[in-house]
Structures are given as C-alpha cells and as structure tokens.
Write a protein that binds this ligand. Structure first.
Ligand SMILES: Cc1cc2c(cc1C)N(C[C@H](O)[C@H](O)[C@H](O)COP(=O)(O)OP(=O)(O)OC[C@H]1O[C@@H](n3cnc4c(N)ncnc43)[C@H](O)[C@@H]1O)c1[nH]c(=O)[nH]c(=O)c1N2
Ligand SMILES: O=C(O)C(=O)Cc1ccccc1
Ligand SMILES: [Mn+2]
Length: 491
C-alpha cells in the first residue's frame, strides 16, 4: 500500500480522534485557520475579498446534494491567476486545506470543507479571453459559466454544447468531467477541452498542453489535460480552459413518446444507437419522473415511461432520422410522437427536463437530493435499469429514474430527510446495490457527477487496489502536503 507522511493538520485531527474516538470530536478538531493567515489572505486578494462571516462560510460549505454542510473557516475570492497562485503558496506553506469553489452546483459534496481550511471562490474570474470562430475554439477564465459563454457566442453561429442542467462554471465542469443531455452527440468535457491553465499546490502555473496551444489533436507526451479533467479540485486549481466550439445546427426538432414499460423505452434507445442514427439528445424518464415533471413544469404528458428526443441537421436529414426512429418506436409498441418544432415549445420541454432535479425535490418538500449516476455499456442498459427499479421497489422508497440513456448513464433521485439517519441508511444501501450491479455489468459508479464524498468506497471497487494506489501516487506528486480538497475522491 502506498504511504506518505501525514500533513500537520491531519496529524492533529487523527490524534484528537483517537483520544476521544467520536465523530463529534473529529468535527470539532477540524483545522483552525490562524488569524495571521486570514490577514495574509487579505493582503493577497484585498480585504473585500476575504470573509469569515458564518453566512458566507455556510454558503460555501455545501453544494446542491444531500451531504451535510461543512463550512470552511474562511472564504477568499480570487480575481486573477496571480491571486490564486499566491493563495496556494500561502496555504501550502502553512499546510492548511484549500477547497476550490466554482458555482457550487455539484451533486457529490465536492466543495464541502470536511477538513476545514480555506475556500477559494473563483467565480469573480469571468473574462472570456479569446474566441477563434474559424478554429472552433475559445479560452475562458474559470468563473465563466456555460450560459454566459453561449450568450457571448450567439452572433458567431457557434456554441459550447456541454450542458449539465445547472448554469455551472466551465472550469467546475472541467473539474467534475461534467456532461448532460448533449453528450450523446458532442461527448463530455473530456472530449471538449483542449488545454487548461492550472495552478499547482506550490503556486506554480502550468498549461497542460503548453502555453497558447489549441490544437484539435496532440500526441506530445502524457495527456495532462485529461488528468485534470475530473480531478475535483484535488490536483490543482484550473484557472483557464481552452474549449472546443461547435456550429449551431441548421434545424432542430424535439419529440416526446411513451411506452408500456421501461424495457421497451430503453430497448428503443439501444436500437436507435445501434442503427447509427446521429441523434442529438435521447433522454429517458420513468413514469414517476414524468409525473413529477408534469406537476412542476406544468406539462400534460402521459404518465408512462417516456423518451425525450432531439434531432438536428438539414431538413432532409431530419426527415430521414425521424422516420427511422418513428419506425423503431412503433416496433417497440411505443405511442406516436408528440412533436415540438417551434423554439418556445422546445425550450419549454428541455427546461422541464433540466429542472427535473427540482421537480423531484418537490415530491417531498424539505428533502435533499441523494442521486445515483451509474453508467454501463449501452447493450447492458435495459437489464441494469430494470433490475435497479426492482431494487427501488423492494426497498419501498421513492426513486424516480431519469437517464442520459444514449450514453448508458442514468440517475435515480432519492429525496432524503437528512435528519433521519435510518432513511439515509436505507437509501444508501439501495444506491450501493445499484452501483455494484453496474460494476458487475462492466459499468462505472459515476458517469458525470464525480466521486466527491459519496462514492469514495465505490471508487476502490471500480478501479481496484493497485489502480487506486497509482491514483494516490499521482495525488502525492502534485500535492505532497495533501492540502488540495482533502478527503475528496479518496478517504
Ligand atoms: C439541477 C442540476 C442538474 C445537474 C447538475 C446540477 C444541478 C444543480 N449537475 C452537477 C453540476 O452542475 C456539475 O457537477 C458541475 O460541473 C459543477 O460545476 P460548479 O462550477 O458548480 O462546481 P462546484 O463549485 O460545485 O465544484 C465541483 C467540484 O469541482 C471543484 N472545482 C470547482 N471549480 C474548480 C476549479 N476552477 N479548479 C479546480 N477544481 C474546481 C470543487 O472543489 C468541487 O470538488 C450535472 N452534472 C452533469 O455532469 N450532468 C448533469 O446532467 C447535471 N445536472
Ligand atoms: O438532470 C440530470 O441529468 C442530473 O444529472 C441531475 C439529477 C440527478 C438525479 C436525479 C435527477 C436529476
Ligand atoms: Mn445527469
């Protein structure tokens, strides 16, 4: 087993834990940020950019998931890469944890300061540095969100298609390797990032593909860019991203259709892909999700397992695609399509799909989302979804299913009352069983939300002990003192 010297704050933490043996004392002994470090932070980013106010700390101590809020000791707002570099040097020298914060929309507790320390909020770094329409690329600072970028690009005829429902920061999306409904057509962040500017734990600034490089392909050495994509703030702070852009399609049509059972909806999806149809989006909703969606987004869809689809291209190609998919739907005893071709109707449909997390939360007001995120090879998807649904029913819990089924990726939303440990336990057990099932079917426990706090145990099962050791060695190379987002990805 790979081993390294514990950082100072962890030694104190471990000692105190062993003395009293309780979780409470573990929390109470979380690293304190000394006053002189708070002053030094203010010296770097300015007084107005440092806060120890409880409201600000609490805002930064949680994301949109069910994980308990763990506020950092202090929040600093960076306005430049120089700020980020100086703050990192300071925290690294003092061996104080540092947690990057993008826009806090994550779903795995990535920003929760479970070991205290400094939260570095990068949302004020919002420059769009360059757009090269002729090369289909752009470079943005870390705080730019995907909607801001797409509004900026409007007149160029280009867009950045990766769309987690939330208006997340683009570098937060790099950090979690996000995707969403468009991934079936455009890939995930991994396929759409060309270069990253990253500040390392010791304050050095690197460009993962070399300064100012923005090529569609490279075979120059190791793929550092993709090492940082999905690193969840544990290897460095991403301060700039060079991203691939795409042309806005000529024509778009959306549609909804429904099926008698889950199996037929998912079988249709698999057949669409196996026929090589270049579908733009194909999303599955089970009957519980459709019901939640109807109520929350004022739709009147039939309450049945359904597919939301989108086709893009020239008028002729749209005709061919829709005809072929229509035939496949009929073959699987699906209903006729309900088409949405005008832009308002389409936007309403996709807004409803993107709001599904909130629609599910409205099923049990006051509850927080405990969500699963398994992804399997497409041919294994029907069996994994059907068996997961059986597990949910056996446990007697509410668990609407939505899926980016074209990627073999789906979510179950369990609304949980965080203050009821018994309920959290039941739900965690169903979620664990589902993840193990996905692993048995050659899948992953997380297609797009990341490991964060909730899936650390599953990572070992997925990657294996030796694989995890290599990951720890990489972590130790980039962050020898273990200050960057400690307790995430690994225990
Ligand atoms: C309603 C809704 C719907 C969805 C989702 C959320 C919500 C609220 N998500 C999840 C979420 O939007 C996604 O994980 C984003 O990539 C998070 O980006 P933030 O900027 O909010 O990162 P956030 O601030 O939440 O941080 C996430 C992690 O990245 C790290 N981090 C943030 N900025 C960093 C930086 N500049 N450098 C290094 N590390 C950094 C943080 O430390 C943390 O570990 C999602 N996701 C998805 O993939 N597909 C989906 O379909 C959806 N759907
Ligand atoms: O909407 C999505 O695709 C998400 O990733 C968020 C989510 C997670 C779990 C259930 C519903 C929505
Ligand atoms: Mn999703």
């Amino acid at each position: 087993m790979f081993c390294r010297k514990l950082p100072k704050y962890l030694v104190t933490l471990a000692r105190s834990y062993h003395r009293t043996g309780s979780k409470q004392s573990l929390q109470a002994s979380i690293a304190k940020v000394p006053d002189n470090l708070v002053k030094a932070l203010a010296g770097i980013v300015g007084d107005k950019n440092v806060s120890t106010a409880m409201a600000v700390r609490e805002q930064h101590g949680r994301d949109e998931s069910y994980h308990d809020c763990a506020p950092p000791e202090v929040v600093a707002f960076a306005e430049s890469v120089e700020h980020v570099s100086e703050v990192l040097k300071l925290c690294n020298d003092a061996e104080v944890p540092l947690i990057p914060f993008g826009s806090g929309t994550g779903l795995e507790g990535g920003v929760n300061a479970i070991r205290g320390g400094v939260c570095l909020d990068v949302s004020k770094m919002t420059n769009i540095i360059s757009v090269h329409p002729e090369d289909f690329d752009c470079t943005v600072e870390c705080g730019v969100t995907r909607n801001t970028l797409n509004n900026y690009l409007r007149d160029t005829g280009l867009w950045f298609p990766i769309d987690p429902g939330a208006d997340a920061s683009l570098c937060g999306m790099c950090a979690t390797s996000a995707s969403g409904t468009n991934a079936v057509r455009y890939g995930t962040m991994r396929e759409n990032v060309m270069n990253l500017e990253v500040v390392l734990a010791d304050g050095r600034v690197i460009n993962t593909a070399g300064k100012d490089r923005r090529t569609k392909k490279t075979s120059a050495g190791y793929n550092l860019t993709n090492l940082f994509v999905g690193s969840e703030g544990t290897l460095g702070i991403i301060t700039k991203a060079t991203l691939r852009l795409h042309g806005i399609p000529e024509d778009t049509i959306s549609a909804v259709c429904n099926f008698q059972d889950v199996q037929s909806a998912v079988d249709t999806t698999v057949q669409v892909l196996q026929c090589g149809i270049q579908i733009a989006r194909i999303e599955f909703l089970d009957e519980v999700s459709v019901d939640a969606c109807n109520k929350y987004s004022k739709l009147d869809m039939k309450v049945a397992p359904s597919l939301f689809l989108e086709f893009t291209g020239s008028p002729n190609s749209l005709k061919d695609q829709t005809q072929l998919v229509g035939d496949l739907v009929k073959m699987n005893n699906g209903s006729d399509f309900r088409w949405a071709s005008d832009i308002e109707e389409r936007n309403h449909l996709w807004k409803a799909r993107h709001d599904i997390l909130y629609a599910c939360m409205a099923l049990r007001p006051g509850c927080k989302p405990y969500s699963t995120d398994v992804c399997v090879p497409i041919s294994n998807l029907p069996e994994v979804i059907v068996r997961s649904k059986e597990e949910i029913q056996k446990a007697g819990v509410v668990g609407p299913i939505v899926g980016h089924v074209g990627d073999g990726n789906f979510h179950v939303f369990f609304p949980v009352d965080q203050s009821n440990p018994e309920e959290v336990k039941v739900v965690s057990e169903v979620a664990r069983k589902m993840a193990v099932l996905a692993l048995e079917f050659n899948g992953t426990c997380t297609g797009e939300h990341g490991i964060g706090m909730g899936k650390r145990k599953l990572l070992e099962q997925e990657i294996g002990e030796d694989g995890l050791d290599v990951m720890r060695q990489i972590k130790a190379t980039f962050d020898p003192k273990g200050i960057l987002n400690p307790g995430k990805v690994f225990f």
